[in-house]
Design a protein around this ligand. Structure first.
Ligand code: ZN
Length: 299
């Protein structure tokens, strides 16, 4: 179903559930690129400054940039990178269960632990950093077509990215939703109930299970958000992936989708990603240091 040459259709329905499928989707495309002699980690370790200059020039020439961000852009704001080295899930695989939808619905103990970890996350939620502000600058320059963030921390919006040009593809931690009646409300109100002693607070309208308004593994994405992301990926002239290993699907597919539609692909991350080989430039290093430089006009 991911036939190369037919474009990179994002999966629908059943398959649009959030999952990690490392080193699968990009493989046929990478093999194709290799045949063309186009594969190369341009910029990595050889000439990072040259890569930064190139990317600045590409952004100058672009008027339709799509930015895709992941946990790496928020680590300098004190938000843990769940899957990175030393990340919460890497150190304690049990913690990943808290983020799996079926476990959450089926087990009150999992929900109790999830609320405790939400309380913890709320306590260390930091301020936006220079990386978030750089995305705002890109929008101010009139370059941004769409910001797609996998992060649930709301820091892009805090930094000043406009909601109209922002898709929080995995939802937001700032709100809670009732799994039965769909009612949404502010997270702080429910965290107050936890602090007051409730272990697994129920919806006050219908008694249903409450959950952060985030997409868990195994849960379906919001179709409209996914479609908006896909359309933007097809239309962009530059896809800038920042702080993501590009291993969580279906959203990581927007990168090969943009590439096959003719856009340049730039990857900025501390570590290698699943899709480095299809990028026109790969830059490794601190996001809060490098991203502000990338969005500065070259001339
Ligand atoms: Zn309800």
């Amino acid at each position: 179903m991911y036939g190369y040459g037919k474009g990179w259709e994002l999966p629908r329905g059943e398959v649009a559930r959030m999952a990690i499928r490392p080193k699968m989707d990009a493989q046929p495309l990478l093999a194709e690129w290799a045949k063309w002699g186009e594969v190369g980690l341009r910029g990595v370790d050889r000439d990072p400054e040259g890569a930064i200059s190139s990317v600045r020039g590409w952004i100058d020439a672009s008027d339709r940039v799509v930015v895709l961000t992941g946990a790496g852009i928020s680590t300098d704001s004190g938000i843990p990178d769940f899957r990175g080295p030393g990340g919460v899930w890497t150190r304690n695989p049990e913690a990943e269960k808290l983020s799996t939808y079926d476990h959450y619905v089926g087990d009150p103990e999992v929900r109790k632990r999830a609320w405790q970890s939400r309380l913890e996350l709320a306590n260390r939620l930091g301020e936006p950093n220079a990386g978030h502000r750089a995305v705002v600058e890109l929008e101010r320059r009139g370059k941004l077509l769409l910001l797609i963030t996998q992060n649930i921390d709301g820091l892009h919006l805090d930094a000043g990215s406009t909601p109209e040009r922002t898709v929080e593809i995995h939802g937001t931690f700032r709100e809670v939703t009732c799994l039965a009646c769909g009612e949404r409300g502010p997270m702080p109100d429910v965290l107050d109930r936890i602090r007051a002693g409730e272990a697994d607070p129920a919806c006050r309208s219908c008694g249903g299970i409450l959950k952060a308004a985030t997409i868990s593994f195994g849960q379906g994405l919001v179709v409209a958000d996914l479609e908006r992301s896909e359309v933007a990926a097809r239309q962009c002239d530059l896809m800038l992936a920042v702080g993501t290993k590009l291993a969580v699907f279906p959203i990581a597919n927007v990168v090969p989708l943009a590439k096959t539609a003719g856009a340049r692909v730039v990857i900025l991350n501390e570590q290698p990603t699943e899709m480095d080989a299809l990028a026109d430039a790969v830059i490794r290093g601190s996001i809060s240091e490098i991203l502000p430089r990338l969005v500065e006009p070259l001339n």
